[in-house]
Design a protein around this ligand. Structure first.
Ligand SMILES: [Ca+2]
Length: 180
């Protein structure tokens, strides 16, 4: 019943006020429908949407995030990185348990890794021997290498992966803030 209620809410209105009323500062819920499974989590007025079953390219991931009024997730603080790293320990996907994030490098300067907000990567949680130069987009891995959690790997932007979006919410009003 609760799951159906969430689906109706997403179709009819971007407001998630009633969801936030369960717990003003933190909640995790799972939305399951015919084609996708999305887990939601909130921390510090940021709503994280974990698309676990939409396995697609980096560009299409970003398109979906924009459609939702957000963008691919930017883990530009240790607090955000730790939160997402811990959240994905409870999730899984069929694409090697990796999710695209909003981290990309320039075509000409492959050393220049930036968040899609334009901010430089200052907390580089790369896996050992990464970035290896085999792509311009980055994923966060649930656990790779074994015993290592939430580390990044560079790979082709045309790879097929799950992805994580972020958008802003006002936890007082419950309104989603559309990002520019
Ligand atoms: Ca790589």
């Amino acid at each position: 019943m609760a799951v159906m209620h969430i689906q109706e809410q997403r179709r009819e209105s971007p407001s998630i006020g009633w969801l936030l009323s369960f717990a003003p500062h933190f909640y995790v819920l799972c939305i399951t429908c015919h084609f996708s499974s999305i887990n939601l989590a909130v921390q510090d007025d940021v709503l994280y949407s974990f698309y676990n079953k939409n396995i697609t390219t980096w560009t299409d991931s970003e398109k979906q995030c924009r459609k939702d009024g957000g963008r691919l997730v930017t883990l530009d603080t240790e607090r955000k990185w730790k939160f997402v790293k811990e959240e994905i320990q409870n999730l899984s996907n069929s694409a090697a348990n990796e999710w695209f994030i909003g981290l990309k490098t320039g075509y000409r300067n492959r050393e220049n890794w930036q968040w899609i907000t334009g901010h430089q990567l200052t907390n580089p949680h790369w896996q050992n021997h990464q970035p290896s130069g085999d792509g311009q987009c980055a994923v966060i891995a649930k656990e790779y290498p074994p015993g290592t959690y939430g580390k990044y790997n560079d790979l082709s932007c045309l790879a097929s992966k799950a992805f994580i979006c972020e958008s802003e919410v006002n936890t007082t009003t419950g309104k989603r803030i559309i990002l520019k």
